[in-house]
Design a protein around this ligand. Structure first.
Ligand SMILES: NC(=O)c1ccc[n+]([C@@H]2O[C@H](COP(=O)([O-])OP(=O)(O)OC[C@H]3O[C@@H](n4cnc5c(N)ncnc54)[C@H](O)[C@@H]3O)[C@@H](O)[C@H]2O)c1
Length: 271
């Protein structure tokens, strides 16, 4: 039987990491963005790390291959600057992780529309602006990863605006994946469940945090680096045929209907 190019590609060793790639990560000052920046740099990528302030990026001091860039992703100028900085540093742009995000609690009766607008601006509009800025600098083999959430796949009580923003960004990632596929640029969303970051510190000492952990089938909050590992798979050529997915990194949360407590929840005394 004749060997096709697809067959031959299986003979090549897979480039399993991000060595030599040039990347941008937003929301790199903390949590998932910082863990992703650190992991990409460990894997040998050059990373432009974007967050609101110089202080939030102080941790990058003295780190090889990490270039801090303070600014808000809601400003078009920040998006242009992050792309220009990456191209200046590495001659091209291979991977963009649009991860900066904000959350606020509030149900439909009491939640403020100012919070709604802020979440839509950072979690959705800025992602579109980031893609628009990045695409002209990217080519075949490029990868865009958006940080969605399990809150973009299903609803949560008291999070209507966050749910709206994450639902929008997850579906927008699918649409952009279809738009850019002909250029060889892949676009995917990771959808974390509850992760221990700056966004969830208020739950650390609160009984709700304990209940939430017990509802996760794996019985705990995730760590930022466990999400970073999935993001770095999606930025790397190891995921070369993966595009348009919304990948839950959630300890099993979205595997269930939530109707029945898991064995872990029963053991923890919640059923
Ligand atoms: N922690 C969780 O449980 C969880 C779950 C699902 C999804 N997420 C998503 O993960 C992403 C990262 O959040 P995290 O959990 O690491 O939280 P985090 O608060 O630790 O980090 C978010 C970072 O984004 C930065 N940021 C916020 N607005 C910005 C802006 N306008 N411009 C530039 N940077 C900005 C913040 O300064 C902060 O450093 C977010 O999109 C969040 O919605 C988090």
């Amino acid at each position: 039987m004749e060997t096709t190019s697809e067959d031959r590609s299986a003979d090549r060793p897979p480039p399993a990491d991000n060595r030599g790639r040039v990347a941008v990560v937003t929301g790199a000052g903390s949590g998932i963005g910082r863990a992703t920046t650190e992991r990409l740099a460990r894997e040998g990528a050059t990373v432009v790390a974007v967050d609101l302030t110089e202080a939030s990026l102080a941790w990058t001091a003295g780190r090889d291959r990490v270039i801090p860039l303070p600014g808000s992703v809601t400003d078009e100028a920040t998006n242009e600057a992050m792309v220009a900085t990456a191209v200046e540093a590495g001659g091209r742009l291979d991977a963009v992780v649009l991860n900066a995000g904000v959350a606020a609690q509030g149900d439909i009766q009491r939640g403020s529309m100012d919070d709604f607008d802020r979440m839509l601006a950072v979690n959705v509009r800025a992602v579109a602006v980031g893609c628009k800025a990045a695409v002209p600098a990217m080519g075949e083999g490029g990868s865009i990863v958006v940080t969605g959430s399990v809150s973009g796949l299903l609803g949560d009580s008291g999070l209507f605006a966050y749910n709206a923003s994450k639902g929008a960004v997850v579906n927008m990632a699918r649409s952009i994946a279809l738009d850019l596929a002909h250029l060889g640029i892949r676009v995917n969303a990771v959808c974390p469940g509850p992760i221990r970051t700056g966004m969830t510190t208020s739950l650390d000492s609160h009984p709700i945090g304990e209940v939430m952990a017990a509802r996760v089938p794996l019985g705990r909050f995730g760590q930022p680096d466990e999400v970073a590992a999935a993001i770095c798979f999606l930025t790397s050529p190891a995921s070369s045929f993966v595009s348009g997915v919304a990948l839950p990194v959630d300890g099993g949360v979205t595997a269930g209907t939530g109707q029945w407590p898991t064995y872990g929840a029963r053991r923890a005394g919640f059923a």
